[in-house]
Design a protein around this ligand. Structure first.
Ligand code: FCB
Length: 480
């Protein structure tokens, strides 16, 4: 083993037995088959079909056609040696109109997926909501409407009853920050609305959905050792100048504590309520809601890609707002519009996100300090680069380097006492990257969108070696 180098490019670091090496995807990003077997429309169908909303007008109509290639994709996972697979369930396949009757053909697809994973000794980690809200629920008000949280609990109960004898771990929500602030605040994500008040109401109703959904799941799941979780995308903040404490506190409150507060402590922090007082009076938080939300979980899912550097706008320099997401007119930071997101030091991925493995170590250690009893799992980490297939291979050295550095960071966090249970690389397959359409490739497996052919990238082979040996292999620039 090489002793700790400052750039995190270590190898030979061993991971314990039981640590789950896997990969992650999401329903709308890979499945396609958008109108088959009784699936209803979701907000992402509507949004992507609206001119100007996604790059090139790309939609998830076909995506990776995973719906029709399930068995081949399962075999691919097995070839890579995945120990777990984090997927999401499309609510509009299970309840096409968002409530009421369950669609048996939708359930059947996920049942086959779960059985196919178990037959290959891969643990299913199922996310209930990765952003594809049934369109009829949006028409009835979407996440700013309280009723949506109760419809989510009904959906959780239905799918929990169907798959609850086999799923290893359940995740209620993926990145509610994006659902609330990009969906209803900035408008960069579906449904593309731009109201600070609605974004904050969505925050609360997503939290409520998490709590109600967990209780519904627990009431029907029969697998005694099933685990329960939520996945959050944390903003790891760096000061943009000597006077950045307030900017950092504000973004931490809106982005991080707005979710960890109610979910893990049963409270919204006073500073969050004060910072947003001009936007909303938070009357949508009803008596008893916080108790409903504050339910025990078995681990917290952590999605991490890069850091954010902020400061308070001084009114003199041209204002910068780049926060790593497409600007669609509204603000994702209601009540804190004076905070600037400033450009960070590279290197960068194809998303323009800075590569900062130290941020992952810092985040895991900080979460462990805040919630010492709570196990963690990296539920997403990975990188987009402009990959090319040359002679049947994809030499994506920069992705290997990225993964090597972030696995090293996770290992360091574990050495510092963090109870980290696993790591789900984003993503198994190149896929529909939301507003960026098919222009950003995150896969460890390349997908040719003309032929839908899959080609394992060098990073996929590297990861397979990591899983096989349970030890970080050398990367492209490590001493070999
Ligand atoms: C996360 C999303 C995931 C993917 C990655 C790159 O925010 O959860 O679906 O888009 O970013």
């Amino acid at each position: 083993m090489i002793s700790g180098t400052p750039d995190y490019r270590d190898h030979g670091l061993d991971f314990p037995e039981g640590f789950l090496f896997g990969s992650a995807t999401a329903s709308y990003q890979i499945e396609g088959a958008y109108d088959e077997d009784g699936r209803g429309p979701s907000i992402w169908d509507t949004f992507s079909h609206t001119p100007g909303r996604t790059v090139n007008g790309d939609t998830g109509d076909v995506a990776d056609d995973h719906y029709h290639r399930l068995d081949a994709d399962l075999d691919l996972m097995k070839r890579l040696g995945l120990e777990s697979y984090r997927f999401s369930i499309a609510w509009p396949r299970i309840m096409p109109s968002g409530s009421g009757a369950v669609n048996p053909r939708g359930v059947e697809f996920y049942s086959r997926l779960v059985d196919g994973l178990l037959a290959r000794d891969i643990r299913p980690i199922a996310t209930l909501y990765h952003w594809d809200l049934p369109q009829p629920l949006e028409d009835a008000g979407g996440w700013p409407a309280r009723d949506t949280a109760f419809r989510f609990a009904d959906y959780a109960e239905a799918i929990g009853a169907a798959l609850g004898d086999r799923v290893h771990a359940w995740t209620t929500l993926n990145e509610p920050w994006c659902s609330a602030y990009l969906g209803y605040g900035s408008g960069a994500h579906a449904p593309g609305r731009t109201s600070g008040r609605d974004a904050l109401a969505a925050v609360h109703h997503l939290n409520l959905a998490h709590g109600l959904g967990l209780q519904a799941l627990r009431s029907v799941v029969s697998k005694p050792d099933a685990q329960y979780s939520a996945t959050l995308n944390f903003h790891v903040l760096r000061p943009g100048d000597d006077n950045a404490d307030d900017a950092m506190r504000r973004i931490d409150a809106l982005a991080n504590r707005a979710f960890t507060g109610p979910m893990l402590r049963g409270e919204y922090s006073t500073d969050l309520l004060e910072d947003t007082a001009d936007v909303t009076d938070w009357q949508f938080v009803r008596p008893g809601d916080l108790e409903q939300i504050h339910q025990p979980i078995d681990f917290l899912g952590v999605n991490y890609y890069s850091t954010a550097t902020v400061r308070t706008w001084n009114g003199r320099s041209p204002r910068q707002t780049a926060d790593g997401h497409k600007d669609a007119g509204g603000t994702p930071w209601p009540g804190s519009e004076m905070v600037e997101f400033i450009e960070q030091e590279g290197p960068y991925t194809a998303m323009g996100w800075n590569i900062a493995p130290d941020g992952l170590e810092e985040l895991l250690v900080s979460l462990h300090e805040q919630f010492p009893e709570l196990p963690l799992m990296v539920t997403e980490n990975g990188a987009a680069f402009d990959d090319q297939v040359v002679d049947g291979a994809v030499h994506d050295e920069r992705r290997i380097d990225y993964l090597q550095r972030h696995f090293t960071a996770a290992h360091r966090a574990m050495q510092r006492g963090v109870d980290l249970r696993g790591y789900q690389v984003w993503s198994l397959l190149d896929n529909f990257e939301w507003a960026y359409g098919y222009t950003k490739r995150f896969g460890i497996v390349h997908v040719d969108y003309e032929t839908l052919q899959r080609t394992v990238k060098d990073s996929g082979h590297w990861y397979a070696e990591l899983i096989r040996s349970r030890s970080i292999p050398p990367g492209p620039r490590s001493a070999r």
